[in-house]
Design a protein around this ligand. Structure first.
Ligand code: FAQ
Length: 307
C-alpha cells in the first residue's frame, strides 16, 4: 500500500515529504546527493575564500564576503534537508573528512589570480544554476524547496562574476590576459561538474524514474555549453576548445572530447587541491569542536538536563 502511494505521488508530480513512506533506495540516494551537494557548498567556500583578504577594493571584498557567506548558508539548508531523512550532520561531516563521501570535483582546482573569482562566478555558478534549476522540481520536498532559494542566490553570484570579468576586460592588457588564462583553466573542469557521460552514469536512470533528476548529465552539459558560448563572445574571451562550433542540424554547439580520466582522478582524491581542501575542512572541524560542545551544554542547561 505505502509503495503504491509513493509511486502515485511521483507519477502525479507531487512531493515526497520526510514522514512519507519511501523505498530505502530512494532515501539512500537522496541522502547521498544532498550530502554531496552540501559538502560541495562548504568545501566550495575555500577557493574563493582564499581571496577575501586580497580582494583589490573594499567593494570587491564586501561582495566576495557576502558570496562566500551565502555558500555557508546553502550548506546549512542542505544539511538540514538531509537531516529530515534521518541523517546526522556530524556523521556526514565525518564521512566527508574521511573521504567516504564525495563533493564536487570543481573545488579541487586552485584559484591563482583574482580573475579566478570572476570565472568561478560566471562558469562554476553558471553550471551550478544549469544543474540546480531543474532540481527545484525534484521529487523530495525539502530538497526542492531549499533549491529555490539557493538558485536565486546563485543567479546573483553568477552576475557578480560576470560583472567582475567585464570590469577586468575593460582594464589593462595584463588584466585581460588574466581573465583569458582563468577561462582556459576553468572551462573543462566546469564541463566535468555535470558528472560522467550518460552511458557511464550509474545513478541517472533510477534518479530520473524517481524524478529526483529531471535531465541527464549530458543534456545539462549541452545546455551549459549553448548558454556559455554567446556569453564568452560578449565578454571577449575565447573558450579553449578548437572543436567548438554551431551545429545547425542539431541546433546546439558541438564541443571537443572531455578528458574523463581527469574527472575520475579528481573524484578519487587525486586532484590538484584535494588534500588541502580536506585538511582545511578537518582543521576547521577540530577547531570548532569546543563551540559545538559549549552550545550543546548550554542547550542542555536551559532544558534543565545536567551536562
Ligand atoms: N564531482 O551516476 P552519476 C555548488 C559522482 S555546485 C564529484 O552521474 P548522479 C555551488 C556521483 O556523486 C556543485 N563527484 O551520479 C557553488 C556518483 O557518486 P557515487 C554541487 C561526482 O548523482 C558554486 C558517481 O560520480 N552540486 O556547490 C561528480 O546521478 C560556487 C557517478 O555519477 C551538486 O551536488 C562531480 N562533478 O549525478 C558553491 C548538485 N559527478 O554513486 C561554491 C546536485 C558525479 O559513487 C562556489 N547533484 N559524481 O556515490 C547532482 O545533480 C548529481 O548528484 C550530479 C551527479 C549531476 C552531480
Amino acid at each position: 500500500m505505502s509503495e503504491q502511494v509513493f509511486e502515485a505521488t511521483i507519477a502525479k508530480d507531487q512531493r515526497i515529504e520526510p514522514r512519507d513512506w519511501m523505498p530505502e533506495g530512494y532515501r539512500k540516494t537522496m541522502i547521498r546527493q544532498i550530502a554531496q551537494h552540501a559538502h560541495s557548498e562548504i568545501i566550495g567556500m575555500q577557493p574563493e575564500g582564499a581571496w577575501i583578504t586580497r580582494a583589490p577594493s573594499l567593494r570587491r571584498k564586501a561582495i566576495l564576503l557576502a558570496k562566500v557567506q551565502d555558500e555557508a548558508g546553502h550548506g546549512l539548508y542542505l544539511y538540514s534537508a538531509a537531516e529530515t531523512l534521518g541523517a546526522d550532520r556530524g556523521d556526514l561531516t565525518r564521512r566527508l573528512i574521511e573521504g567516504r563521501q564525495k563533493y564536487s570535483s570543481i573545488f579541487n582546482y586552485p584559484t591563482l589570480t583574482f580573475a579566478d573569482v570572476g570565472v568561478i562566478g560566471w562558469l562554476v555558478d553558471g553550471a551550478a544554476i544549469c544543474n540546480q534549476v531543474p532540481l527545484c522540481r525534484s521529487s523530495f520536498g525539502p530538497y526542492a524547496r531549499a533549491m529555490i532559494r539557493i538558485c536565486k542566490e546563485e543567479s546573483f553570484h553568477q552576475r557578480q562574476g560576470y560583472e567582475l570579468l567585464m570590469t577586468m576586460m575593460r582594464g589593462t592588457p595584463a588584466q585581460r590576459e588574466m581573465v583569458q588564462d582563468a577561462v582556459n583553466r576553468w572551462w573543462w573542469p566546469s564541463l566535468m561538474m555535470f558528472g560522467p557521460p550518460d552511458a557511464e552514469s550509474p545513478n541517472t536512470a533510477q534518479s530520473m524514474a524517481w524524478k529526483i533528476k529531471r535531465h541527464t548529465n549530458d543534456e545539462l552539459r549541452q545546455r551549459f555549453v549553448d548558454m556559455s558560448v554567446p556569453q564568452a563572445g560578449a565578454l571577449g574571451v575565447t573558450l579553449p576548445d578548437g572543436d567548438l562550433r554551431w551545429n545547425a542540424e542539431r541546433e546546439h554547439y558541438d564541443f571537443g572530447e572531455i578528458d574523463w580520466s581527469e574527472l575520475k582522478r579528481v573524484i578519487s582524491g587525486d586532484g590538484p587541491m584535494n588534500r588541502e581542501r580536506i585538511a582545511h575542512r578537518r582543521r576547521a572541524d577540530e577547531q570548532g569542536a569546543w563551540v559545538r560542545e559549549a552550545a550543546a551544554a548550554h542547550a542542555a542547561k536551559r532544558q534543565g538536563v545536567p551536562a
